[in-house]
Structures are given as C-alpha cells and as structure tokens.
Ligand binder design. Structure first.
Ligand code: G6Q
Length: 543
C-alpha cells in the first residue's frame, strides 16, 4: 500500500482542507438549507447528525475515497471472518463473535467459535439467575447481596461503565462494587460496609496474572476467610472470568463458578464476554441479551450499510479529518446522561489504547498523527467547568454530544432541561455570537470583545430513544468500529498495547527496592534513585 501521506486521497484531502478549512459553519448552513438532512444518518437504533462539522459534500466524498484507498472495507471483512488482523500478537480480533446470534458460524483456525460463546453465555445466565433469585447462597446459607468485581483496565472499565449506565434496569436489592486500583484504599473502601457472608467476588482477568488484580484477589480471599472464619468459604464466595483456567484453579475458584473467554477477545473489547458477568447479574440475562443484540445490530450496520450512510465509518473518518488535517489533538465526549458518567473513561481506553501507536503494521515509524486524546464528562456538569475553553479557548476540540429522547428518571420535566442544554451547546459551539449581534442586544462596548463567541466549533450529535441495554450495546459497537476505521486508515495495529509493558517491568524491579529492611543497591537514573531514597526514609519515619 502507498504510504499514507503520498496517497492520492490524502493529497486531495490536504488540498481540500486548504480550501475549506477556514469556512464558517454559519456560512455553510446559510448556503445549504438541506444541510442537516444531507449530513445525517441512522443505523442500529442511533441517529447521527454530523452536519455541524466543518465539511461539505466534497469532504465526505474525499474521506470515503480515503477509506476505500486504505482498504477499510477489506480490513473490516478480514476482521469479521476471523483473519489474524492483530498482526503483532498473531491473533484474530473477534469481539463481533461475542454478540453473534446463536447458530451463526464464525471460524478461527477452521473451528466455529459462536457455539462456544453461547455455551458460556448460557452458563453465565444460569449462574446469574441463581444469584438473583437467591438459589445460590453463601457459605453460611445467606443470600448473596453484594457483588464485587475485581479487575482492571478492560476487565474493569466496561463492567463499571455498563453497571452505572443500566442501573435503571438493575436489581436494586443488590450492591455492586468495582475494585481496580492496587492502592489498598480501593479494596478497603469497597468492602468496609459489606457483610462478607453476603458477598461474592468476581475475579475478572483475561490473563489471571495482572499485578493489581491478583493482589486485590488475594486481599479479598484473606478478608473473606477472616470475616467468615473458614477457608472453606472461598469456593462459595468467589467466581472467576479468565482465559487462564489453570491460574483460576490454582487460586482456588470452584470450576463451577469459572467462566472462560478466548485470546481473540482483546481486554478493551471484552465487556460483552464473560467479563460482563457482573453486568449480567445486575441486569439479568434477558437484558444482557438485549445489549448483545444492540452490539450485533451495529456490527451488521457497519458490515452492510453503504459507506455514505455508515455511522461508524463516518464517525471514524471525521476523527481522521480533524486529527490529521486540522491538527486537533483531542476529542471531547459529552454524554447528556448522568448514567453515562463513566462512558468517557471507557472510550478513553478504547480509543487511546487502540490507536495510540507510533509505528505502522510493518513496524515503520509513522509520519502522521495517530489516535487523538479522548476525554469528557457528562453534560450538563461539564458546562459549568471546562466548556468555557470549548467556546472561547484557542484550541479546536471536536465534541460528540450524546443524548436520549426519553427519560429514565420519573422527573421527566428535568429531561427536557437536560436535552435543551445539549442542543443549545451544539448550537452555540457551531454558530457562536458575533460582536454585531451582541451590540444589537445592547452589549456595552468594553465587554463586547470578551463576550464574542466565534463559533465554528464542530460537534457530532448522537441521538437515541432511550438509554436501555440495546441502545448501549449499539453505542459501544459504534465507537468500537469508529476506532477500527481510524486504525485502518492509519495502517496501525489497533489491537495490541505494547506501550504498557515497560512500566510494568520497571515497577516489578522497583517493588523489592521499596521493602524496608534490606538496603537496595539502586541503579536507576539519579532522579528515580533519589525519589526511592526519599520515599524509603519518609516511609520508615511514618511507620
Ligand atoms: C486492554 C488491555 C488492558 C487489560 C488489563 C487487565 O485491552 O489489555 O487494559 O484489560 O491490563 O488485564 P487482565 O484482564 O489480563 O487482568
């Protein structure tokens, strides 16, 4: 494949950007009354209005041309058919198989995986039902009322986000907690008010070797045994989700409470695998199935919808447009739904771990920008903190506004206030307010320059009916495939994460150096050495 920057589509986009990059959304909307219709699309139960982007019909045509030239569709088909597109780990990338309907057939190395997926889903459903209806009891025959998921990264962010997003569909008689950080505070705070006899720990770890998770799992075992007063309690109070069944058995989890998944599921793409066990216990197997159906609907949309109406493709290409041609460094994710409070953090991992890469698929350094920084907060909260910079700052921050037509809360009137704010913010960001408009409204001269909002700040608006399990699934798949599209354009491996390894190795080296008692022979740089010396001496003083 031609190098990205010398490809004809890239060059055409560069020239096009030079022509239209400074056009104002005000003018673009004035010149084209059909703009909102022209630049909106629907799929998988989601409506995407992308008209408030700094694009015209030619931009879309050129971006779709870029996708074609970079072979996005072929790469997508390779993913769906189980090709080993995670080249650096020589693995298939088949999160789409996790939500394939029963009876579908997707092969890895000639063997169907969908039947295995449903076998695990059935076992999870049975386990979840027994916990929810009280047939499954703890060591002292008490009903399980607390579920604590112990896991980090992909084994944490998805389950925690989904639990919060779908609380309206969850069992309110149960408590769900999530422990990720190796900071002991995380575990102590999550468990301090729980009755151990009513608590189930789910150890969620693909590898079952992760330092944070294994440390917290060990702390959980000690906490349980101490509180319940018996080693035998472990088998009733622990479940595990992993690809490393040997490790799970060694830890002492009952095989009947163990749920597997496969190396073709990446951690950050795993919340709809058995890693979603806590989600399933919270919302029930039927709602979990509805979530999978939402994922699948978007998978099918991505696979079959024509490019010009393909939501994930468009979203991914718009990200490339701002990232590579406008030099935008970040994307803001603003869900207008308090229940999606952890959605930006979830997307942060999905996007940044997938596309924060410095070499292409052949291992050559890239000479273009790859994945943007993702951040965000629910609206309206963000409006009262950082939106000032979005409106009047000097940086271009394209934002995704995500909202729902129907409220989940009984305070339905407040939902209109929420959504009015979402629509208003997108409007203000796009069109702003000129000095002339302000003066016509009587703005004092001395204030006018400070009050001007230039506008021309791009947003996508994603609108769905209700934040329910199906919609959540669809929304998550939308972003998964948008991230995929970007990675395909940039010719990078969106499914590995080698960059996180070095820090882990270095921490492993430093751990024994912090233990008091033995004087370590420090061989780091002068800064790290001095920090370790200072830490040791202060820690000694404290103890
Ligand atoms: C995700 C990453 C990473 C991973 C965690 C936890 O894609 O690989 O976030 O999920 O490091 O790993 P384990 O599930 O193996 O404990």
């Amino acid at each position: 494949m031609t190098a990205l920057k010398s490809s004809p589509a890239w060059k055409a986009l560069k020239a096009h950007h030079a022509q239209i990059g400074n056009l104002h959304l005000r003018a673009m909307f004035n010149d084209d009354p059909g703009r909102a219709d022209r630049f909106s699309a629907e799929g998988g139960g989601l409506f995407l209005d992308y008209s408030k982007n700094r694009i015209n019909a030619e931009t879309v045509r050129l971006l779709l041309g870029l996708a074609e030239e970079r072979g996005v569709a072929n790469r997508r088909d390779d993913m769906f058919s189980g090709e080993k597109i995670n080249v650096t780990e020589r693995r298939a990338v088949l999160h789409i198989a996790l939500r394939a309907p029963r009876g579908a057939r997707i092969e890895v190395d000639g063997a169907d995986v969908v039947a295995d997926v449903h076998k695990v889903l059935d076992a999870m459903a049975e386990f979840a039902a027994r916990i929810r209806d009280g047939r499954y009891v703890g060591h002292t025959c008490k009903r399980i009322r607390n579920v604590v998921n112990i896991g980090i990264g992909g084994s944490f962010l998805g389950p925690q986000m989904a639990y919060r997003a779908l609380r309206a569909f969850g069992d309110r008689s149960m408590n769900f907690r999530f422990v990720a950080n190796v900071d002991g505070t995380d575990f102590s705070e999550a468990t301090q008010d729980l009755d151990a006899a009513e608590t189930l720990f789910i150890i969620s770890s693909k590898t079952f070797t992760t330092l944070e998770t294994m440390t917290n799992a060990t702390a959980a075992r000690a906490w349980l045994v101490e509180k319940v007063g018996s080693d035998a309690a472990v088998s009733r109070h622990f479940a595990a989700v992993s690809t490393n069944i040997e490790g799970v058995t060694k830890f002492g989890v009952d095989p009947a409470n163990t749920f597997g998944f496969w190396d073709w599921v990446g951690g950050r793409y795993s919340m709809d695998s058995a890693i979603g066990l806590s989600t399933m216990i919270a919302i029930g197997a039927e709602n979990f199935a509805a979530m999978l159906a939402g994922f699948h609907a978007m998978d099918e949309h991505f696979r079959t919808a024509p490019p010009a109406r393909n939501l994930p493709l468009l979203l991914g290409l718009l990200t490339v447009w701002y990232n590579n041609f406008f030099g935008a460094q970040t994307i803001g994710i603003m869900p207008y739904a308090a229940a999606l409070a952890r959605f930006p953090a979830y997307l942060q991992q999905l996007q940044m771990e997938s596309n924060g890469k410095h070499v292409d698929l052949e291992g050559h350094p890239v000479d273009y920008q790859t994945g943007p920084i993702v951040w965000g907060e629910p609206g309206t909260d963000g409006q009262h903190s950082f939106y000032q910079l979005l409106h009047q700052g000097t940086k271009l921050v394209p934002c995704d506004m995500i909202g729902f037509c129907k409220p989940l809360s009984p305070l339905a009137g407040q939902h209109d206030l929420l959504m009015a704010n979402m629509f208003a913010q997108a409007e203000a960001l796009a069109f702003g307010k000129t000095a002339a408009e302000l003066m016509a409204e009587g703005s004092p001269d001395f204030q006018t320059p400070f009050r001007v909002t230039e506008g021309n700040r791009p947003t996508n608006t994603i609108l769905a009916d209700t934040l329910d399990p199906t919609t959540l699934g669809s929304l998550l798949a939308l972003y998964e495939h948008s991230v995929f599209t970007q990675g395909a354009v940039w010719s990078i491996d969106s499914f590995d994460q080698w960059g996180v390894e070095l820090g882990k190795v270095l921490a492993g080296r430093i751990i024994p150096e912090l233990r008091l008692g033995v004087e370590p022979d420090l061989k780091h740089d002068s800064s790290t050495n001095a920090l370790i010396v200072r830490f040791r001496s202060r820690r000694k003083d404290a103890s």
